[in-house]
Design a protein around this ligand. Structure first.
Ligand SMILES: [Zn+2]
Length: 340
C-alpha cells in the first residue's frame, strides 16, 4: 500500500496452469491481480470477477470448470470472456484481504490508494470493450440462500440475477462495490454463492456463467421475465462498537452483547416486531443501525428492556453472521424490506 504500485497483469490467453492450480498456490500461476481476455464467437464480452475477497473461492473454481469444459470440447467460447482475478496474495493466504490491504470490493468509486488505482485501471481496461454484462462472484459467512444483488431495477439487471436465483437483493450502499461501478455500463450483478470455504455450488455456478455466455440479450420489460422472483431492498447495515465483547447464547453473561445461537438462521426470514435476537449486559453498548443516507437509526429497530434485545418493527435480516472477526471488521449484517 502507500506509495507501492499494484500492477494489473493482462493476458490474451489462458495462463499456463490456471485451470489446474488450487487457490492456495495461485501466485505460482498469476503474479498478482490479473485481467484475462479470451475471444469467443460473439464479440461483446461477459465480464466475470472473482476473488475480490481472497477467501471466497467458488467463483474461481467455477471458472476453471467452465474453461476446462470448452477446452476439452475443443470449441470456442460462445461469447468473449473477460475474467478478473482480484486479490491473489490474499487468496493464497485464504483471507478476505491482508491486514495492510484495502478491501477489494470497496475500491470501485474512486480514491488515491494503490488499490483504488488498480480498480480504476480495471474499469478503464474493461470498458474499452463494449461489455455484454458483468458478474462479480462472492461467498458469505452466514447461512444465506444463493442470491444475486443488483444496483439498478432495470429489467435486464433483474433478469441477469434471476438466471442465477429467484432471490434478488437491490442495494445502493455500500456504493464502493464492483457491481455498482459497472452498473453504469451494462447489466451487472453480484452473486452470493453460499458459504465461503465450502464450494458446494461450483458446478451450479459454472452452469449459470455458461448460460450467460450463451445468451443473446436481455428482456426490455420486467413483465417479460419468465421466472418468478422475490425482490428485497437493503435499507440499513447493523454494526457494533469496536470495543463491544460478543458471544452467542443466553449463558454468555460476561459478554457485553450475546446474540441468540441461531442468529444466522434468521437470514431472509420475516421477523415480526418483538422478536428476540439477543441479550445486552452492558447498557453502554447498543447495536448501530446505519441507513442508506448514513443516519443512525438504532432506536427505531431495537429495544433493550430487561436486558433483552428485541426488534421494534418487522424486518428481514440478511448476511447476519456468527463470525466475530467479520462482525467487527465489517458488520453483523443487513436489514431488508420486501419490494414489489
Ligand atoms: Zn465477498
Amino acid at each position: 500500500m502507500g506509495g507501492v504500485g499494484l500492477e494489473l497483469h493482462r493476458f490474451h490467453h489462458i495462463p499456463e496452469g490456471l485451470l489446474e492450480v488450487s487457490v492456495d498456490a495461485l501466485d505460482t500461476v498469476l503474479p498478482g491481480p490479473s485481467l484475462i481476455y479470451l475471444k469467443g464467437q460473439k464479440e461483446t464480452p461477459l465480464f466475470v470477477s472473482t476473488l475480490l475477497h481472497g477467501n471466497e473461492t467458488t467463483g474461481f473454481y467455477a471458472m476453471q470448470r467452465l474453461l476446462k469444459k470448452y477446452q476439452q470440447k475443443q470449441t470456442p467460447l460462445p461469447r468473449s470472456l473477460l475474467l478478473f482475478v482480484g486479490n491473489v496474495s490474499a487468496a493464497v493466504k485464504g483471507v478476505r484481504h491482508l491486514p495492510e490491504q484495502r478491501d477489494y470490493n470497496r475500491i470501485w468509486s474512486g480514491g488515491s490508494s494503490a488499490e483504488h488505482r488498480l480498480a480504476a485501471e480495471v474499469v478503464d481496461a474493461a470498458t474499452s470493450y463494449s461489455l455484454f454484462a458483468t458478474i462479480d462472484i462472492h461467498n458469505n459467512t452466514g447461512k444465506n440462500p444463493l442470491y444475486g444483488c443488483i444496483n439498478s431495477l432495470e429489467p435486464a439487471y433483474k433478469q441477469l440475477a434471476t438466471l442465477f436465483s429467484q432471490t434478488i437483493v437491490y442495494f445502493v450502499t455500500p456504493s464502493e462495490v464492483f457491481s455498482m461501478a459497472f452498473a453504469k455500463y451494462c447489466p451487472s450483478v453480484t452473486i452470493e454463492c453460499g458459504q465461503s470455504g465450502v464450494d458446494e455450488n461450483t458446478s451450479y455456478l459454472s452452469q449459470y456463467i455458461d448460460l450467460c455466455l450463451n445468451k443473446e440479450g436481455f428482456e426490455k420489460a420486467s413483465s417479460l421475465i419468465k421466472t418468478p422472483y422475490d425482490l428485497y431492498h437493503t435499507v440499513a447495515r447493523v454494526k457494533l462498537p469496536p470495543e463491544c465483547t460478543l458471544g452467542f447464547g443466553s449463558k454468555e453473561i460476561d459478554k457485553d452483547i450475546s446474540f441468540i445461537k441461531t442468529i444466522d438462521d434468521l437470514n431472509f426470514s420475516d421477523l415480526q416486531a418483538g422478536a428476540l435476537i439477543g441479550w445486552c449486559h452492558n447498557d453502554e453498548m447498543r447495536l448501530s443501525v446505519i441507513d442508506e443516507d448514513g443516519r443512525e437509526r438504532g432506536s427505531e429497530y431495537f429495544s433493550y428492556a430487561d436486558g433483552e434485545i428485541r426488534t421494534v418493527k418487522p424486518i428481514i435480516p440478511s448476511m447476519f453472521t456468527k463470525d466475530i472477526e467479520v462482525i467487527h471488521q465489517d458488520c453483523l449484517g443487513y436489514m431488508m424490506e420486501r419490494m414489489e
